[in-house]
Design a protein around this ligand. Sequence first.
Ligand SMILES: Nc1ncnc2c1ncn2[C@@H]1O[C@H](COP(=O)(O)OP(=O)(O)OP(=O)(O)O)[C@@H](O)[C@H]1O
Length: 322
Amino acid sequence: MRPVLSVEGLSVRIRTEGGTARILEDVSLAVPRGGTLGVVGESGCGKSTLLRAILGILPRGAELPQGAILFEDRDILTDRAASARGRIGFVPQDPYLSLNPVFRAGDQILEAMRRHAPGRRRDHRSRLVELFRAVQLPDPEAALAKYPHQFSGGQRQRLLIAAALACDPALVVADEPTTALDVTTQREILALLRRLVAERGLSLLFVTHDFGVLAAVCDSTAVLYAGQVAEAGPTRAVLDAPRHPYTRMLLACHPDRAAELLGIPGTVPAATAQPPGCRFHPRCPLARAACAEAPPPLLPAGPGHAVACPFHEEALPEAELA
Ligand SMILES: Nc1ncnc2c1ncn2[C@@H]1O[C@H](COP(=O)(O)OP(=O)(O)OP(=O)(O)O)[C@@H](O)[C@H]1O
């Protein structure tokens, strides 16, 4: 079956006063229909920019992206009529910042439903109550009349998940939707997302910097480093048998996978000063001259598993894995 979303050779650049920020470079990945893809990487590696490109909301100064973003087989970068607006649900990172405090939460979602699918208010209303029930908001009828501050953080995130589902999207993209929540609530929201994917056949693109979250939700994973895909494959293969030196070093820092990425020695380069070739080479213990010459292609590393490093079979020095 063809993927619901297929990003092919996507490059995103933004002009800034400090030069051109080369944020994403030749990124390819796919979200299978009814499947979940996680995109993981350190802060600044381009996760949010990837989502913005998919949602068609790149910031001011962005050049026309190179490559293609095929959503239900049409390129939403070039085919205006194929615009994905309203057909891709979005769950934002911070439920506290994503609702207008002066309007009832239900009205805000109903307004969005009306914009995307004109129809009778009563029908939208009953669909929203059904969605509130599906995301397990207590007393769904009463929830319609409440203001955002009358919900807890976890309940607000449930509201936003309901909002993302309201227009019956073919794909839901979620930008670290549990980061702002406490651990227990985080677990509940992840369980909810898993259940919705299973019961509603949702396709989900999930951005995170937390390997634990990734393992809990995503069937497949793409590891992003400085705007390039370092490694991609089934989540279990990427976590249990990581191939790229970057993934191996990250996972060695967090053997229990429960912690967030704290990073490895060095920093992600500024987007205006990306190194040539493999962008990880200045931090890589396996690097050699060739790594600075051209970006390495993704090479097969197992069933459905690919790695952008020709030296991925070499052992890393012990010190890097301590
Ligand atoms: N509008 C912009 N203009 C210039 N550079 C930008 C802009 N937006 C993002 N960047 C740069 O692009 C790179 C990737 O940023 P992005 O926000 O996509 O990363 P991220 O992986 O989502 O990070 P985080 O996990 O911290 O949210 C960073 O170096 C960032 O400074």
